[in-house]
Design a protein around this ligand. Structure first.
Ligand code: NDP
Ligand code: 8X3
Length: 253
């Protein structure tokens, strides 16, 4: 059966690379994101390979999410794969110096947005035995680091939400995976650093970080396991990344 893949955040990074990967396999694609021009350009590129439906969507808007799902054209009305990928980090300052608005936008996007999309699509996914949900969590779901505060906590929500969905969906034919990548090169850190290219270069230079195509290959693999197999979580890092030692500091007072 032809897969029908609903991707959030298809305008860049993992989402865009996933669209290309599923297109190569002839899947039908529902591509969403806020930047219409990018969706339109990607659709033009992929239409020779597969059927594509695009919809401008801000995942934070629950009503808009529900409407886009309701209004799916007949040919796209039964998604079989949901790639819950839209997300962002803002800032790396310590929590006591962070902006409240940055915390709010991360919670609104990474938590509320992902919940909005899941809620709208679950009933349809349940009509397709063998369906898959791939939720983009992060190594920050599992491991703390300075400056991660709300970002890491929002991704911990994604990982735990994924496990809890599994409990409800066991035996219902819908698989759920929490995919937890480490350092990956995309627009992610440019967004986090407010467009600061020097900081971006400092972080990624010489690291041989994961690429969006690497993550897309994993997403494709997850969604193409035999239907009786559920990969609960998958943590992946570049070979150049590992954990650090416990931090012990001299006290200020
Ligand atoms: P990018 O910044 O390249 O892509 C993020 C995507 O999310 C864009 O397409 C953006 O589209 C979309 N997006 C952001 N906010 C919204 C919104 N409110 N509504 C709809 N779409 C939105 O980053 P990545 O591809 O690297 O990240 C994808 C996911 O993977 C994120 O959830 C991120 O947290 C996670 N991740 C990233 C890692 C990394 O190191 N890069 C590692 C681990 C996890 P637009 O702006 O057009 O709406
Ligand atoms: C992105 C990976 O290490 O920047 O989720 O938090 S990290």
């Amino acid at each position: 059966m032809t897969q029908c893949v609903f991707i959030t955040g298809a305008t860049s990074g993992f989402g865009e690379a996933s669209a290309r990967r599923f297109a190569k396999a002839g899947a039908k694609l529902i591509l969403t994101g806020r930047r219409f021009e990018r969706l339109a350009a990607l659709a033009d590129e992929l239409r020779p390979l597969c059927e594509v439906h695009i919809a401008t969507l801000d995942v934070r808007d629950a009503e808009a999410v529900a409407k886009i799902v309701e209004d799916l054209p007949e040919a796209f009305s039964q998604p079989t794969v949901l790639v819950n990928n839209a997300g962002l980090a803002k800032g790396t300052d310590p929590s006591y110096a962070a902006k409240l608005e940055d915390w709010q936008v991360m919670i609104d996007t990474n938590v509320t947005g992902l919940v909005n999309v899941t809620h709208a699509l679950l009933p349809r996914l349940m009509q397709s035995p063998g369906a898959s949900v791939v939720n983009l969590a992060s190594i920050a779901s599992n491991w703390p680091y300075p400056g991660s505060h709300v970002y890491g906590a929002s991704k911990a929500f994604v990982a735990q939400f994924s496990r809890n969905l599994r409990c409800d969906l066991a035996g219902k034919g819908v698989r759920v995976t929490s995919l937890e990548p480490g350092l990956s090169e995309s627009e992610f850190s440019l967004v986090r650093f407010d467009g600061d290219q020097d900081k971006y270069q400092q972080l990624y230079g010489g690291t041989n970080a994961l690429q969006p195509e690497d993550i897309a290959e994993l997403i494709f693999w997850l969604a193409n396991q035999p239907p009786h197999i559920n990969i609960n979580s998958l943590e992946v890092m570049p070979t150049s990344q590992a954990w650090n030692n416990f931090n012990v500091v001299k006290q200020d007072s």
